[in-house]
Design a protein around this ligand. Sequence first.
Ligand code: ZN
Length: 257
Amino acid sequence: MKKKLFSFLVIIILLTMWAIFTKPFYTVPILNYHSINTAQYRKDTPKVSPELFERQMNFIYRKGLKVISLDEYVEFLRSHKKIKNAIVITSDDGYDDNYLYAFPVLKKYGFPATIFIIEKHIGVTSGFLNYAQIKEMEKNHISFGSHTINHVYLPSVKSEEGLRNEIIGSKKNLEKKIGHRIDFICFPLGGYNEHIIELVKQAGYVAAFTTNRGADKLNRNIYAIKRIKITNKDNRFSLWFKTSGYFNLFNKFKKPN
Ligand SMILES: [Zn+2]
């Protein structure tokens, strides 16, 4: 009996120590989806099936996590306010399967999300969103950000004009077509450098998003906020870990460029 009590106490002490130690390292997890359709072939694009997406949203709902919009998230960062048990949902590239399969699920749970779109494909290329779908989604808590014009790896763009076009030009074009300010950009393949961040600031973006690049594990830099990739390989345990707020702490990060 004494032995059992001792083990119990040790476990309680260890759990308390773990809670105290990890608390300052909590970061709101920002999930990063791409295609929500595994039936459709897209080379090198991370995919999640519509069924798994539904299960994952259900998991977030049952776990009682508060899904906040990117606007709310950035506001928390800027005001240095503390927030716990929150989560942000983002998706990159702007595939039309986001409208067909993710949007009905997000609507069902009332979850906000942000989709970063490749400007040149929107309303033009088959398999991508069009502006009518964007308008409809915007009425239901889905917001949109720039994912540049051509989806090029920005650190490899040599011409200054080309770089300005991808960063500043995509913002202007999208604002004209969607009809309001575009506050956020996400870097294709997560690549960035100091000059790119300078142009992001010049363009007037409020924040910029990357993948798993850079050494800032706690997302202190508002112009290189890290996100967590979700694919069809994620199971219950990995999703639990990725939505815990401590995944970044243990994740190995790549160089920015
Ligand atoms: Zn992309």
